[in-house]
Design a protein around this ligand. Structure first.
Ligand SMILES: [Zn+2]
Ligand SMILES: [Zn+2]
Length: 258
């Protein structure tokens, strides 16, 4: 079995045919999916989807892109939303200094506040880090003594950065871009990161792997990412599937399916 540790099933790209998307995932043995909120409305939808689909779990939080639009009331709702059944994480939160859709100061503040919530609820954090490696590291270091858990989703640095995060106790999640022809750095990461610290994700509807590059992504396609990782490491697909599923279950406390 495989798990897609990060998708956005609530997005409108899936409105026409969400049932089929879940069915195709199950047919491909993608038995669990974590759908990730990017603001309060999307987090509410994510939590609702877990009630419609037994294979779906949710993370609730506010994406750094939306930091400027979030107010105190939004933040106050997160702890309540996070205590619902099948809500397994806080996020996605973090810093995006590539697109800079919100002010850096607001992004940083909201990131810290969501880490506080995660620590108080003993939940893992789904961390988005785009072109903000140093700042993300500094913030994680400042909280690290509290021993919280999390994943650097859609990891986009080099192996040394991955190693630093792993040494701090975080997991590294590999997206479908590892299948791209020019993804040398990410392929190096996918080969060298210890398999017991690695998760797989689609980030659907974005970032479809080869041979679907440029098309709408969906959870069943995580199979191509797993295949690529297996090929790069020279190990079996089954081993990649088994170990990454186990890691995802451990981090998010998902029921472990045999
Ligand atoms: Zn993200
Ligand atoms: Zn995402």
């Amino acid at each position: 079995m495989l798990i897609d540790s990060h998708a956005h099933l609530d997005m409108e790209e899936f409105d026409a045919g969400r049932d089929q998307v879940i069915d195709r995932a199950l047919s491909a043995d993608v038995r669990q999916i974590i759908t990730v909120g990017i603001d309060i409305r999307s987090s509410i939808r994510a939590a609702a989807l877990t009630k419609s689909y037994s294979s779906v779990f949710a993370s609730v939080g506010i994406h750094p892109h939306n930091a400027d639009n979030a107010d105190k009331n939004d933040l106050k709702q997160i702890p309540f939303m996070a205590t619902q059944e099948k809500v397994v994480a806080i996020g996605e939160t973090g810093l995006d200094f590539y697109r800079n859709l919100s002010s850096r100061q607001n992004q940083i503040e909201l990131f810290k506040q969501q880490i506080d919530i995660a620590i108080s609820l003993d939940l893992p954090v789904v961390i988005h880090d785009r072109e903000a490696h140093e700042e993300v590291l500094n913030i994680l270091f400042s909280f690290n003594r509290n021993g919280f858990k999390g994943v650097i989703h859609c990891f986009s640095g080099d192996y040394n950065l991955a190693k630093t995060f792993i040494d701090m106790g975080f997991y590294i999640s590999i997206p479908g871009t590892v299948t791209f022809k020019n993804a040398n750095e990410m392929q190096d990461v996918a080969v060298r990161v210890p398999l017991n610290r690695m998760l797989l994700e689609t980030d659907a509807p974005f970032l479809a792997p080869v041979p679907y590059r440029g098309k709408r992504n969906e959870p069943c396609l995580v199979i191509h990412t797993a295949q690529k990782v297996a090929e790069l490491r020279g190990i079996s697909f089954e081993e990649v599937a088994r170990q990454t599923s186990k890691n995802t279950c451990q981090l998010f406390n998902l029921p472990f399916l045999k």
